[in-house]
Design a protein around this ligand. Sequence first.
Ligand code: NAD
Ligand code: MG
Ligand code: MG
Length: 347
Amino acid sequence: MKIFYDDDANIEIIQGLKVTIIGYGSQGHAHANNLKDSGVNVTVALREGSSSWKKAEEAGLHVSTVTDAVDGADLVMILAPDEFQQGVYESEIKPNLKVNAVLAFAHGFNIHFQKIVPSEDMSVIMIAPKGPGHTVRSTYLNGGGVPSLIAIYQDGNNTTGYSAQDIALSYAKANGGTRAGVLETTFKEETETDLFGEQAVLCGGMTELIKAGYETLVEGGYSPEMAYFECLHETKLIVDLIHEGGIANMHYSISNTAEFGDYVSGPKVITSDTKVAMKGILSRIQSGEFADKFLDDCRQSNDGTGGPIMKERRKETAAHSIEKVGSELRSKMKFLNSERLVNKDKN
Ligand code: NAD
Ligand code: MG
Ligand code: MG
């Protein structure tokens, strides 16, 4: 598979375009600041009265309403939450988008599930960093980048004289992606694998695994503090070893006792039933059932902070004793606060 690095991308293409980034959340703040630092003319587009407006201005960015910022932009990157993209596109982006502008996404959700249907002559691209937005910014600042995917949904008319792929690569370079490696995929493949990864492994699978381990120890009479360090805190230390050098690198660092226990007990936790459940998750993603369930939940509340299912589960999670004991223990680990990825006053 071809992997694109810095030398494969021409940063001057994106530097010559007027770029508008809709939203200043996790991805929005990272793309906007990375592109600005890479010499790109960026405007951040927000709703009037948005709490992000001040944060973006304090970072030295030009901020404007969506209507004004889309008007005249050569490339519009939509980094509003997936559940609001269709509404923003129909009411504020589409009517103000100039002919031949490039439409960009960091996740294929709305295009793949046909919630947004762009006109056929328009270039529609994706630049999707494979990591949280806060890491997209922090790695860029440290001289690195987050591996990213690009995809071309339509290579339509644009005024640059370059192909949609060249433009996507140029954007990825300005965002730090080509420092780590950029793969080309399709909107379908990115959307389905991204949703699957976050649900089954990275977010859903992992948080349930951590909580189940913690609960087992606490119910077995061990202290919550012990259980927190063992099952939550140490997860990162182990994942860092896997991330650095694969599974064998982690096995090299842990004791033989731990490695033997891994082989004997791991398959008792993640069983063939788990794979059956994962396959069920994948088919509900592929059929669009998950997308509709998510959008239905969002539609039942218009305060922008998630629907009833989301709110209920957030409340339950916050009330779990692992979150309470964790917050006390982390407050004593001052070093955790010195270089925080998330600082809600700024990003
Ligand atoms: P977010 O919720 O962190 O931020 C969204 C931003 O959009 C906020 O600044 C909000 O004020 C703004 N916004 C909300 N409604 C708006 C409107 N009507 N008009 C203009 N701005 C509006 O979102 P996010 O997690 O960064 O997700 C953005 C996109 O990036 C999504 O497509 C998501 O799937 C994708 N993505 C996110 C991550 C991640 O790390 N969070 C990773 C890869 C891809
Ligand atoms: Mg995702
Ligand atoms: Mg141990």
